[in-house]
Design a protein around this ligand. Sequence first.
Ligand SMILES: [Zn+2]
Length: 579
Amino acid sequence: MSQAVSEFVPADLDASEWANIEPLLRALLGRSVESAADFERWIVDRSELDAAISEATALLYIGMTCDTENESRQKAYASFIENVAPKVKPLAFELDKMHARLSERFDLGERYFVLNRDTSADVELFREENIPLQTEVEKLSTEYQAIIGAMTVTFDGQEKTLPQMGVYQESTDRDEREHAWNVVSERRLQDSEKISSIFDQMVTRRDAMGRNAGFGGYVGYTFKGMRRFDYTPELCFAFHDAIEKHVMPFVARLDERRRSQLGLESLRPWDLGVDPKGRGPLRPFEGGVDLVSKTQRVFDRMSPELAGMFETLGDGSNTSGADGGASLDLDSRMGKAPGGYQYMRDRSRRAFIFMNAAGQHRDVETMVHEAGHAFHSMYCVDEPLVHYRESPIEFAEVASMTMELLTMPCWGEYYPDGEDLGRARRQQMEGSLSLLPWIATIDAFQHWLYTNPAHSREQRAGAWLGLEERFGVQGHRVDWTGLESARPLVWQRQGHLFGNPFYYIEYGIAQLGALGLWLKSLEEGQDAALSAYKRALSLGGSRPLPELFAAADLPFDFGDSTVARLVERVEAELEKLPE
Ligand SMILES: [Zn+2]
């Protein structure tokens, strides 16, 4: 790249202020671009401005999530989202149109293929008449979130949110699990009519948006909108078939073992979260600093390169991320937002990892998962275009999920006790496959919904029950006797269906990729797997999906042969572990 450095955006620009970014956006729009070199300069300058705006957003978001009780931070973030972002959006779209026009005039070669393709798709899909529909759908989505967020129950004499109720599904007291499950299920049913009505309206509007844009319905429209250029609905169907054929028998065997270990006649919906041997929770570490030092030792053992990258994040003792320069904020504490994420500060090109660690095994999974995202950002840190420093989710999650699997041989750092170690590894390997049927269910359901947009609620319930039967997700393998009113509405819990339609199969595609790299580590050794990992991650998002998979020596295939091979190998590895 000849034009790697942009001097167009001042180094000290405060991009959280509209007054500071508007002149730069307008300067790009008004710039005369008369040659391929001009166009390339324009692209790099725009990228640097995008990076500055992105970093400003990141800092505000990090500041807010690390301290939700700090009112000025809440206000600063809200004000940016309400006042600045909506002003950026229309100008950004004008810039997209300008980019699409320029890309037809000046051929910049292969290097810009992905950027041109993505930008042109956004421009081609745009329809003025879809704006009000989009706004209505967003409002409906907010209504759904408000209904779900307001759901609380009284349990053990205390008011509890539904996420707080999750912990009771791990209780070894079966009556307590059943009671907790029923209280939550009844609470959900109270609002199920309202939620069904919201969903009816969403489906109708999304279908109209697809038709307005010249598609037969929503599926083709959203495939293009989600930049799924390299796979089709047919390939998604092949994924569903492969899961049904190869993963369902595996899951059935897991369930049968669970049933017999628990000593039950049959599994009920509240028997799925408890440890089948009645053991207490795993305790891999004590506090964020301990988590970081153990994880550092894991990467030290795996590869000096990964260890070096992980070390740049710090030791976890400094948590003042938004302004204090820290890269980690791991411990759960009052006044911190829930969940975990990795957020790249795009201009200074520094990763940030946020978690709510509480000393559980899933915190270990989250730590190495988010570290994988951070490695991805670091491997392509020298890429000049911010658009190429991010890759499609189907591959971005390969970077993170692979770390969950490749670190397994070194988990002795968290689990000096052999039984704990075997239990953690078993949980990881079983989980990597048993999530796939749920992914297939949600994906197949959405294909059905939007290819039959005029469906009735009864037909929708029928379609859902049919998929439950097919993928056995809380279906035929679990006894639902007496719970018949709740069962056809289980889909209402999956927020993606409301706020992020069709966004789900990405996790399945990525999980197969991660398992593929793990298999490579078993067959050719850890170093071979890590060098394929590096090769692919270093490309960022600069190449189409199949090329990213190819760079990692992975087939871009999520059908029969890929799934069959992975299931067989996971089962073989599981057999080597103690029960
Ligand atoms: Zn992730």
